[in-house]
Design a protein. Structure first.
Length: 161
């Protein structure tokens, strides 16, 4: 018997939340941008430490602030993945305050920070991100190449059990 855990992806419009979910669940990627309206829910079972966990992944519409997200989407979450686009500073300029909001509002729920589209920056730019304290616990991914995509979902799964 596997546990079921609700995981919610948060972040601005166009950061690649849907692409990350598609890459993880369907092993697919598309260059076409389709705006998520409301929420899309996908499921995938993973194994962590010998335990099967069914991730129920909520890909919610993008917002400029988590506080603008529909509360009904966030209630009952066991894990958050906050996604930003490493090529668009406006998507991560409030990263610290957004994570503080989540930690204050949902103190028992783990948060994973994800810098997506890492395939679009070079290694020097990645190093600059890593040196910045607000990104120290971020995982850098590329939905396009698949880099670290499975890792973020396994990491959040490990943190919710």
């Amino acid at each position: 018997m596997s546990l079921s855990k609700k995981i919610v992806l948060l972040g601005h419009f166009g950061v690649g939340k849907t692409s990350l979910v598609r890459r993880f669940v369907d092993s697919a990627f598309s260059e076409d941008y389709i705006v998520t309206m409301g929420v899309q829910v996908k499921k995938k079972e993973v194994e962590v430490g010998g335990q099967k966990i069914k991730l129920i992944i909520w890909d919610i519409e993008g917002n400029t602030s988590i506080s603008k997200a529909r509360k009904s989407y966030l209630i009952g979450s066991q894990g958050f993945i906050y996604v930003y686009d490493v090529t668009r500073p406006e998507t991560f300029e409030n990263l610290s305050s957004e994570k503080q909001y989540l930690n204050k509002t949902f103190p028992e729920v783990p948060v994973c920070s994800v810098g997506n589209k890492s395939d679009l920056i070079d290694s020097d730019q990645k190093e600059n991100f890593i040196r910045n304290k607000i990104f120290e616990n971020s995982i850098f991914t590329s939905a396009k190449t698949g880099e670290n995509v499975e890792r973020i979902f396994l990491e959040i799964a490990k943190n919710v059990i």
